[in-house]
Design a protein around this ligand. Structure first.
Ligand SMILES: [Fe+2]
Length: 298
């Protein structure tokens, strides 16, 4: 590997998030959380045109992601990471660790990971939301430290989706699932696959990435709404396309209101304007200490 600490076709990990913004543009002239869900769901044709206009690096990223995220791969990663024996660190320390992620894009124009996280948290704070919600914004992408453990981009970011059951055609670049070896396992290709009708997402294995990892790291410390935001924020087929309703239970449906409330902050609040990290740090250190002990297992 060169100076790049991530393995994969994307020049910058945030390239995936830029393409999400293209796929889900703010619905009104005023990009704002309140109005962002006026038009949930997307027509197949719109998806197709988005897919055909995507950059080659983005296509390649999704090709790898859809090819290699099998049920077996997900179970292997859970076994590897979920004992949480990689590291012991505090939240601020994890933010600084994530900040060491270097990518190939221009450091003068690109914001650091801490700056991105603070932009999201500050937007939530400006809208007068509860403190746990602000903290959730600050934390939401810390699972990307998976890159620093040597995971390839396709196993850290990208839309997440259930494995072990039929792939929905509402997942972007669904045609790439033809190369996923699970496509040739009949038991995984029925509507429910290995799951029971309405079993609830907690029993469903989603493709492996930064959402599930961070959820597992912080699950003892935050309210349930926050945990749903963190665990499912990249599950676009679920929270934006309404795919897989048959795997969800009543609790999922109720808590997806929170996932949808968080999504506009994730998508639309990252800007070129640099937050003043030094000035904001005391506020956030205090907020972190309100919910977390000085160090936790990662
Ligand atoms: Fe994320």
């Amino acid at each position: 590997m060169s100076k790049n600490s991530q393995e994969g076709p994307l020049q910058d990990l945030d390239d995936w998030e830029e393409v999400l913004q293209k796929r889900y543009p703010p619905p009104s002239r005023e990009p704002g959380p309140a109005s962002a869900f006026a038009n949930p769901g997307k027509k197949k044709e719109e998806f197709r045109s988005y897919e055909s206009s995507a950059r080659p690096s983005v296509r390649e990223f999704y090709r790898l992601n859809h090819r290699y995220q099998t049920l077996d791969f997900v179970l292997t990663k859970k076994k590897e990471y979920l004992p949480l024996r990689k590291k012991r660190m505090g939240i601020w320390e994890a933010m600084e660790f994530l900040n060491t992620l270097v990518d190939d894009s221009d450091p003068d124009t690109n914001l650091s990971q801490i700056e991105h996280l603070m932009q999201v948290a500050e937007a939530i704070r400006r809208d007068g939301h509860p403190r746990w919600f602000i903290l959730t914004g600050l934390l939401h992408d810390l699972g990307k430290v998976l890159c620093l453990y040597g995971e390839p981009q396709w196993a850290v970011v990208g839309d997440t989706f259930p494995v072990g059951c039929a792939f929905s055609d509402k997942i972007v670049f669904a045609e790439f699932f033809a190369d996923n070896s699970d496509s040739r396992v009949p038991a995984y290709q029925t509507r429910l696959g290995i799951y029971a009708e309405g079993c609830g997402l907690d029993k469903v294995h989603l493709s492996w990435g930064h959402d599930e990892y961070l959820y597992q790291v912080v699950k003892d410390y935050l309210p349930e709404e926050a945990l749903y935001m963190l665990r499912y924020h990249s599950f676009y087929a679920g929270h934006r396309e309404d795919a897989y309703p048959y795997l969800m239970n009543a609790r999922d449906r109720a808590l997806f209101v929170s996932v949808r409330a968080f999504n506009p902050y994730d998508l639309y609040t990252k800007s070129a304007e640099r937050p003043n990290v030094a000035r904001l740090r005391p506020f956030y250190e205090e907020l972190i200490a309100e919910f977390f002990p000085p160090a936790i297992q990662w």
